[in-house]
Ligand binder design. Structure first.
Ligand SMILES: Cc1cc2nc3c(=O)[nH]c(=O)nc-3n(C[C@H](O)[C@H](O)[C@H](O)COP(=O)(O)OP(=O)(O)OC[C@H]3O[C@@H](n4cnc5c(N)ncnc54)[C@H](O)[C@@H]3O)c2cc1C
Length: 313
């Protein structure tokens, strides 16, 4: 019995959630292995090999993995799955794209966004945007799960290196192919790991105001910017900074919600934040129910004042 973790990385560093996944995987008290895919990911495999509790790193290397496609990684997982009883990843857009495909290839259920592992095959997960917690049991021979990584602390980095096994990839599948990609380059910290996140809602009114009002505050606090789905759908903010059930889950030290109503689908993605500050002109806005500090005010007045006060100090 072994556990396999699918590693998310950007070619330079492992995603912080991989360290949290390793902690989650310790539940099974079985050897933990990490799958790293890429054409030139030896340094990533090395980083994975330094995580405490990792027994082995499987580095699947091939030219076509320079721009990995979910279909290819799902096939890699399906090819080696029989060695494992648990295949696990942090719940993110990356894993949500890959693991359900692997589950389909293996004909097992996909168990997503697990909040708590209660027993070898028993999990607590949220439904209805976190309003109901269900306890489910799987009888599948291989458990394929994604975990709510902010519920787990990060595993330590140690000096003892685990074995790295370089394994060839199966032939690329032919149904889809990589053509191009557009990356958003930003000096701000990455949203999923930032210590401070400032999120704006539809109330910001336009893409220009979103940036004009929130960017100076983000700069003065070294914060990442987030947005509600309504702000994203209106074109005020890019899709990759949407916080919530269908976006990114964040758990920073400080979360500042600016003109955000606090719909359940939004709070699902931020309610594990250590301190929540909400600024909304409606005293009855639901966001105040999850806020530690609330300010009933017009954001267009108080955000510039707050930014100036922080810059002054
Ligand atoms: C299946 C599904 C999945 C979803 N997933 C997500 C998700 O992942 N993330 C997400 O965010 N949403 C998600 N939603 C949408 C969610 O239900 C809400 O519609 C959305 O979060 C609302 O965004 P908002 O708070 O920006 O807008 P609104 O609900 O319109 O709220 C705007 C708020 O701004 C306040 N306001 C207005 N002007 C000012 C001002 N000048 N100063 C201060 N406050 C002001 C108002 O009082 C109001 O509370 C999902 C919905 C569905 C159905």
């Amino acid at each position: 019995m072994k556990t396999l973790i699918l590693a998310e990385h950007n070619g330079e560093a492992l995603n912080a959630s991989v360290y949290q996944s390793v902690t989650a995987a310790q539940f099974w008290n079985a050897p933990v292995e990490i799958l790293v895919t890429g054409n030139d990911a030896a340094n990533i495999a090395q980083q994975a090999a330094l995580i405490a509790g990792v027994a082995r790193v499987i580095h699947v290397k091939a030219d076509h993995l320079a721009h990995p496609l979910a279909e290819d990684i799902a096939h890699i997982i399906a090819n080696i799955a029989n060695e494992y009883t648990v295949i696990l990843a942090a719940h993110s857009s990356f894993s949500r794209n890959i693991l359900p495909r692997a589950a389909a290839l293996l004909d097992v259920a996909m168990i997503s966004d697990v909040l708590e592992i209660q027993a070898n095959n028993t999990y607590v997960r949220a439904i209805y945007a976190g309003n109901i917690h269900t306890t489910i049991q799987s009888t599948d021979r291989i458990q394929l799960i994604t975990v709510h990584s902010s519920n787990y602390s990060a595993a330590d980095v140690i000096t003892n290196t685990a074995e790295v096994a370089v394994v060839p990839a199966p032939a690329p599948q032919q149904k889809t192919r990589w053509i191009s990609e557009t990356r958003t380059l930003s000096d701000r910290p990455a949203l999923s790991t930032a210590k401070v996140v400032i999120s704006g809602g539809r109330s910001l009114g336009s893409a220009e105001t979103f940036e004009q009002v929130l960017a100076p505050l983000a700069a003065s606090l070294g914060a990442a910017l987030g947005a509600t789905r309504a702000a994203v759908d209106a074109g005020y903010a890019p899709n990759d900074i949407q916080v919530g059930q269908t976006g990114v889950t964040v758990a920073p030290d400080l979360y500042i919600a600016v003109g955000v109503s606090g719909a359940a689908q939004h709070t699902y993605g931020m309610k594990d934040s250590k301190i929540v500050v909400a600024i909304n002109q409606d005293p009855d806005a639901p966001i105040f129910q999850v806020a530690d500090y609330g300010l009933v005010a017009d954001l267009f007045e108080v955000i510039p004042e707050l930014t100036a006060a922080i810059q002054k100090n």
